[in-house]
Design a binder for this molecule. Sequence first.
Ligand SMILES: Cc1ncc(COP(=O)(O)O)c(C=O)c1O
Length: 343
Amino acid sequence: MKIIDLRSDTVTLPSPEMRQAIAEAELGDDVFGDDPTVNRLEAMAAEIMGKEAALLTTSGTQSNLTAMLAHCQRGDEVIVGDEAHILHYEAGGAFALGGLGLRPVRNDDQGRLNLEDVRSAIRGRDIHFPPTGLICVENTHNRCGGSVLSEDDLAAVRDVGAEHSLPLHMDGARLFNAAVTLGVPASHLARYVDSVAFSLCKGLACPVGSVLCGTQDFVARARRFRKMLGGGMRQAGIIAAAGVYALAHMVDRLAEDHENAQVLAQGLSSIPGISLAPPPQSDLVFFTAEGWDLGELVHRLCQRGVLCLDEGGRIRMVTHYGIERHDVEEALVRIRELVATEA
Ligand SMILES: Cc1ncc(COP(=O)(O)O)c(C=O)c1O
């Protein structure tokens, strides 16, 4: 039985061409700035995002924490959505390692920050208050169903921050998915923010890595914090070569993942008892199943070779490189059989 792994777009394996690029990478010691492949990746990423500079990090989590540290002073507060990845899934690094408070404001179901809440969360100058140092947005938004922030959404939150000279960071782990959904270059989304982090190891199918982009000054500060967080890597061209390949060859194909997500969603919604929660906008598909304990459903699907995650009240399935249309169709057959038999 073929295993159809829909748990995450992080389960991808590098393609033969990507492995070839890794094998042939020119290398040097990146802590000395000597790795030509890392330098190439950083230059490419900066150009694609329309920023002055970029920094390869080990992970999205490291990029986000590095960005918060580089924008803020210890004791500052960072405004994040109440559904943000930074708040829920990054092990509290901002508090524990950064000495930063995270101030959650409401996310709507599209992943937008409630602008009135942002305004009232920004602290005044009173010495009793921790200073606000940064606002963070997430695009696409993981817990809001892979939803996409538009340019208008980003401009609106940027304008609120600008009233108080606050920088804006975008957790764009899946920014290329957002760009593909909107049909715009990623730089059109990045131009509203001071810094942006995107993942290499999600839809772009690299084995490891994330890239943080911003001004020269910001990236120079970030480089020090990345080192502090243990992210100073030596012959990191091994990682960067996959990134260079991915930026050239893996971005446009995300449209296939989105189409497969639509096929999966349509198929799921035709199964009695299953409801989309919400309909997908990118590669993430969330649903509920009436009458099922979702943990049990995930377990039973796993026994039938369909892997997915129970994300607290919803099941998540993600389409990605390595999942073809026929895999989605086969997964739907197995899900339908299970749910119909048990109905
Ligand atoms: C929106 C978002 N931001 C950040 C991350 C963290 O990335 P990493 O797992 O590389 O630390 C993830 C991971 O799934 C994510 O979905």
